[in-house]
Design a protein around this ligand. Structure first.
Ligand SMILES: [Cu+2]
Length: 492
């Protein structure tokens, strides 16, 4: 991915120099748009071919790499035999360009083209994914990296890692089976018996280099961690049987940009023996946190700085599925380093992802402290039985849009009444985490926060300044499909 990045950067620079400048209506020279193609592709997983989806580019780059201060100029072409639409996850576009079918704009029909053009304010690690049906589970996602021009002189190698959970099955069938209930109920019981009590012990292995182990005991309560059995976990589309090997320099500095693009899986990012420095979550800077293992919930991102030892070496970067031994990852390797086969299962189950890291995060650019003009309590509701999920007891479609006004400071208090954790994502602008389990603090700015199972309470705050109609939903794709979504509209 790093090689792609460098190549892409050179190609973009060359293209900018050669392409005739187009004069836009405001008289400013504009770059030619990047063409993104929604298309199908065949990949091989576990030795078997699978037809998946893809956001492709003619130059072979996966995703968009650009700089803050530039415009996001993209033409999305639909080369699929079905409608699609792509959401620019974490960006702050005008709402008509947010990529949510029937909220922002109609889905893009086969052979259609949509043009996107808006300014990119903040640098950071973002991503793009289909917001149509289950296309995201079919791997229709790509990195969206906005570099900081102020950091262009840093001697630091960028390594982007996109995580996926992978299934050969049809996601519609998976959801239908979950809604049938029976198989799932058995699995949930087995899981809570098997995992629920192991968690406290597993946490002893938790290491964020500060000695803080966090409070993640589950109090013996039953919970359901992983309700779908996947066939593989991918890092940049590959498993650990044949991982991506990224060439690095002895003693070099690496900036990992980790994107959890999984449909239904929380991971622990595991740096093995190396200690990294977490510098941003969901693209937005935080006061640095040093550690070897960092939780990353569905749709979240981690930016981690890593200084490699002098001398030859190979350094795995694992993503370990919560509540499971399964893992995926990539390998950073100096030239000539010995490369050993990495097992795709760890020797132990990872614990549940909780909020032990979240409590320690502090935004570098927090909201101005200010009392809320309006607070909405949102109960996360639902049941494994019938696999019905909703917000305040209703599914999307029957929902009442959240009431708010342009310019207000809004707080949203999530209360999880279910046995599963929910990664809650809001479109339009990032929020700040300001309260966990009744304790106020000035936490991270981010766009997705995990609300833990069995009574987890998280409050987020934001200023409603990006007028329009937006969605807020659980980013577990199966929960969203089952109705765990609502809308908010604010206009001037
Ligand atoms: Cu959920």
């Amino acid at each position: 991915m790093t090689e792609f990045t460098r190549r892409e950067f050179l190609a973009a620079t060359a293209a900018a120099a050669l392409a005739p400048a187009v004069v836009s209506s405001v008289g400013r020279a504009a770059e030619a748009p990047i063409v993104l193609r929604a298309e199908s592709r065949v990949i091989e997983v576990n030795g078997k071919a699978a037809t998946m989806l893809h956001i492709g580019r003619s130059d072979g780059v996966s995703g968009v790499y650009t700089e803050a201060g530039r415009r996001f100029r993209v033409n999305l072409e639909n080369h699929l035999g079905e409608p699609t639409l792509v959401h620019w996850h974490g960006l702050m576009p005008p709402y008509q360009q947010d990529g949510v079918p029937d909220i922002s704009q109609p889905a893009l029909e086969p052979s259609g083209v949509y043009a996107y053009d808006f300014p990119l304010a903040a640098p950071g690690t973002y991503w793009m994914h289909s917001h149509f049906g289950f296309q995201e589970q079919r791997l229709m996602a790509a990195p969206l990296i906005i570099r900081d021009p102020a950091e262009s002189g840093l001697d630091e190698q960028e390594v982007v890692v996109m995580l996926h959970d992978f299934t050969f099955r049809d996601p519609d069938e998976i959801l239908a089976e979950l809604q049938m209930g029976e198989a799932h109920d058995e699995m949930a019981m087995e899981k809570s018996a098997g995992d629920g009590h192991a968690k406290a012990n597993d946490m002893a292995g938790m290491d964020m280099a500060s000695g803080v182990t966090g409070d993640m005991t589950m109090g013996g309560m039953e919970m359901d961690l992983n309700d779908i059995e996947f066939d593989a976990y991918l890092a940049n589309d590959r498993t650990l049987a044949d991982p991506e090997v990224v060439g690095v320099e002895p003693g070099g500095r690496v900036r990992l940009r980790i994107i959890n693009a999984a449909a239904s899986t929380n991971f622990f990012l595991d740096l093995g023996e190396r200690v990294g420095e977490l510098i941003a979550v969901d693209g937005l800077p935080v006061a640095p946190v040093r550690g070897r293992r960092f939780p990353i919930a569905i749709a979240q991102r981690l930016d981690i700085r890593l200084r490699l030892p002098a001398g030859q070496g190979a350094y795995p970067v694992f993503a370990h599925r919560e509540g499971d031994t399964a893992r995926t990852g990539i390998l950073l390797a100096t030239p000539g380093a010995r490369i050993d086969r990495l097992a795709d299962h760890a020797g132990h189950k990872a614990p549940a992802v909780g909020l032990e890291l979240e409590r320690r995060l502090a935004a570098v650019h927090p909201l101005d402290p200010r009392p809320a003009d309006r607070t909405h309590v949102i109960n996360l509701t639902g049941s494994m039985k019938g696999y019905i999920w909703g917000l305040n007891g209703v599914a999307y479609g029957d929902h009442t849009p959240l009431d708010l006004r342009q310019g207000e400071r809004i707080e949203i208090a999530f209360r999880n009444k279910t046995m599963m954790a929910h990664p809650m994502h809001m479109h339009g602008l990032p929020f700040q985490v300001v309260e966990i389990d009744g304790e106020r603090f000035a936490g991270a700015m981010r766009d997705t926060v995990l609300v833990p199972a069995n009574g987890g309470r998280v409050t987020v705050a934001f200023d409603a300044v990006n007028r329009g109609t937006w969605v807020m939903h659980c980013h577990n794709l199966y929960h969203m499909a089952a109705g765990m979504m609502t809308t908010l509209t604010y206009v001037g």
